[in-house]
Design a protein around this ligand. Structure first.
Ligand code: NAD
Length: 294
């Protein structure tokens, strides 16, 4: 790393709080080094209060841009000059690009969701998706899928603090895209089953099944899942969630976890900053191959 940094090195940031645990600095700095790109990526602990100064510093320091994570994903919007359509519809930004002092906000989680499907030769356009969750991940997925041509999305959510976000997602998709979105209560199990049975793909963006909720799944009955249904769980730790086990028991052919989404959302930001493709397999090896049980 020290050999790479010189007087021309351009800075890219990550602004969030807390953020020291993030894998993004390892991801991007290894990708820059591998491709011989003269950038450095650093994490900065920035909360809502210090966000305006931090965003201005992107211009002042002539940084190439920054990733933005919680609690700043929504708060950053009025501080930017332009928004990509997906970021505007989501009302959230996870990537900023600085073009000569003009800051544009993007959201790459939805791109990260779509890419692993395409890589498996799965085209969900013109098909119906049932999606559980309307938090940050569920929102990005719903908006990108609608923009990319998914024909129908049935969004299921608990009546919790993210219900308003679910209502917003349905309204903005129906207003701004040809996709038809509907909102359903996750508590209505019969409706949930019916919509999954009627779908081409079922996506869980709730985090149920990740480490602290490891033995839980919203769908525990294999008879809900057809063999030709696509099942996508956004969780990547553990690699195989309870939902994925149920899907395998049902004989589902295409079962995806969130690892590809995590790598591809980073790769999409990397491409926006550098114009280059991230060496995904190499980065996968650096981040995960040492401990596949993580
Ligand atoms: P969030 O807090 O913004 O939203 C959480 C969502 O899950 C809400 O819709 C909420 O209603 C729902 N939910 C929470 N607990 C639930 C439960 N017990 N039963 C049913 N629904 C429940 O969180 P987020 O940022 O959207 O992240 C959600 C999950 O998505 C994360 O836990 C993570 O596993 C996954 N994720 C993956 C990636 C990736 O790149 N693979 C990226 C972001 C998030």
């Amino acid at each position: 790393m020290s050999e790479r940094i010189n007087g021309h090195t351009i800075l890219i940031g990550l602004m969030a709080y807390p953020i020291r645990h993030s894998m993004s600095p390892t991801m991007h700095n290894n990708a820059f080094a591998k491709l011989g790109l003269d950038y450095a990526y650093l994490a900065f602990e920035i909360d809502n209060e210090r966000l305006p100064d931090a965003i201005q510093s992107i211009r002042t320091l002539d940084m190439r841009g920054s990733n933005i994570s919680m609690p700043n994903k929504q708060k950053v919007l009025p501080l930017l000059d332009k928004l990509d359509p997906a970021a505007e519809m989501c009302g959230a930004v996870n990537t900023i690009v600085n073009d000569d002092g003009i800051l544009t906000g993007y959201t790459t989680d939805g791109i990260g969701f779509m890419k692993p499907l395409a890589d498996e030769g799965i085209d969900i356009r013109k098909h119906k998706m049932t999606l559980a969750g309307a938090g940050g991940a569920g929102t990005a997925i719903a908006i990108q899928a609608a923009l990319d041509g998914v024909s129908e999305i049935s969004i299921f959510n608990l009546h919790d603090e993210t219900w308003k976000s679910a209502e917003h997602n349905v309204a903005v998709i129906n207003e701004k895209t040809p996709c038809h979105a509907t909102l359903h209560a996750l508590e209505d199990r019969d409706d949930f089953r019916k919509e999954i049975e009627d779908s081409f793909i079922y996506t869980d963006a709730t985090g149920v099944g990740m480490k602290s909720l490891e033995n839980e799944t919203l769908v525990d009955d294999p008879s809900w899942l057809r063999k030709d249904l696509i099942v996508f769980d956004t969780v990547y730790s553990p690699r195989k969630t309870k939902l994925m086990e149920v899907a395998e028991k049902a004989g589902v052919e295409h079962v995806l976890n969130g690892l590809g989404m995590m790598l591809e959302q980073g790769a999409a930001a990397f491409k926006l900053w550098t114009g280059e493709d991230m060496p995904i397999e190499y980065i996968h090896h650096i981040l995960f191959d040492k401990d596949e049980t993580k």
